[in-house]
Write a protein that binds this ligand. Structure first.
Ligand code: ZN
Length: 390
């Protein structure tokens, strides 16, 4: 039973979303995963017919709980992302051999755990994202060499023993993340040579959220073009992930940013809500809310949201860690900015005003600039104007 989810996920790129009322073998897989994580009570014996298992209220609550603690969007339904997270959560360090497979990268909580241990010991294993990539392999090989193990880049019993013996004696560093911060400051205050990927959400046949004729897809594309213009004028090299008629998948968007070797990735969305009182600007960065996070991403999420709210008067809804694919699969600091509610009358009016959209673009420029400035030269929020620009 334990291999079922992994097996199903490997072969499929798209799956039907499961939710209340769904039934069948896929529901049985999900419930088995939730049971093994202790989120559902154990089954009484083996079910006679897994096809008859139903996505009941208890399943929904367990899924919501799982989504909450994993930093996923909490909707109580199991789409691709939640399904994969469930399958990854079932692996503990030592359950299997870990190594770099370029064809089909190994993913799981055991990989996160390995990466975190290497990082704590001062080895650059890449971001602790639960994906065993080339950086993790390099970090692991260096560790193995230093500790007199066979430097084969595979985490097996001998390597695990060494890691366990070292235990948590060495802590408090997250040196690689600190280094990541430092190298950003070292790179100097100018944006020349910086590559920034701006990702307008949705597009093509997917309008995103809408209000009358107004669509999120159009507005964020307009915002992205304004941001592109301002950043380019400041010397940065800017790429947009889509044009008007395209709607790339999250994998295509993040692949594009990785291929472009971007220094920073900014995804733009707007929000909508059933209540017309919901309003404001939120930002998201990679993290689980329990330790694993991207410090540069978190800092940029904070800067950009504060700049936008200071310049537009929109409500500040804070910055939040998420494990969304978009934030996780990007190899550079990545932030998603949800820039106001189309369903809120004032937010909407602001977003429909081209001058306000230009202010948002200036806010993003200022935030990018502040990210590269040393802390003591950091100007107050809402005031920074690039030299030579108005
Ligand atoms: Zn959106």
């Amino acid at each position: 039973m334990s291999g079922t989810i992994e097996g199903t996920m490997g072969s499929e790129n798209s799956m039907q979303t499961l939710g209340p009322g769904s039934r069948g073998p896929a529901v049985a897989d999900v419930r088995a995963a939730l049971r093994s994580l202790g989120l559902l009570p154990p089954a009484d014996g083996v079910p006679d017919d897994v096809g008859a298992e139903v996505y009941d209220r208890a399943t929904e609550l367990a899924v919501r709980h799982f989504q909450q603690v994993r930093g996923l969007s909490v909707d109580g339904r199991v789409g691709e992302e939640t399904y994969r997270a469930l399958s990854e959560a079932r692996w503990s360090l030592g359950d299997r051999l870990l190594h770099h497979d370029p064809e089909r990268p190994v993913r799981g909580d055991d990989v996160t755990n390995l990466q975190e241990r290497l990082l704590e010991l001062g080895y650059d294993a890449g971001r602790a994202d639960g994906i065993f990539g080339p950086e993790t392999e390099t970090g692991l090989r260096t560790f193995q060499r230093d500790y007199g193990l066979t430097a084969d880049g595979t985490c097996g019993p001998a390597t695990l023993r060494a890691l366990r013996q070292l235990g948590r004696k060495v802590t408090g560093g997250r040196p690689q993340l600190l280094r990541q911060s430092a190298s950003f400051v070292d790179s100097g205050p100018h944006l020349i040579g910086r590559r920034i990927v701006v990702d307008p959400g949705h597009g093509g046949d997917d309008p995103g959220c809408t209000h009358g004729e107004t669509t999120e897809a159009d507005l964020v594309l307009d915002l992205a073009s304004r941001i592109e213009g301002q950043l380019a004028a400041a010397g940065a090299t800017v790429y947009l992930t889509r044009g008007r008629h395209q709607d790339p998948t999250p994998a295509e968007r993040t692949g594009f940013a990785n291929d472009a070797r971007a220094d920073l990735f900014v995804s733009l969305h707007l929000e909508a809500h059933g209540s017309e009182h919901a309003r404001g600007v939120a930002s998201y960065y990679y993290g689980t809310g329990s330790g694993t996070s991207s410090t540069v991403g978190e800092k940029f999420a904070d800067l950009v949201r504060r700049e936008v709210t200071a310049r537009t008067g929109m409500l500040d809804l804070g910055g939040h860690p998420k494990t969304w694919d978009l934030l996780r699969m990007t190899r550079m600091p990545a932030v998603r900015l949800d820039c106001g509610y189309l369903t809120h009358p004032v937010d909407r009016l602001l977003l429909l005003d081209a001058r306000v959209r230009s202010s948002v673009a200036s806010a993003v420029l200022a935030a990018v600039q502040r990210l590269f400035l040393p802390a003591d030269a950091d100007p107050p929020t809402g005031t920074f104007v690039l030299p030579g620009r108005v």
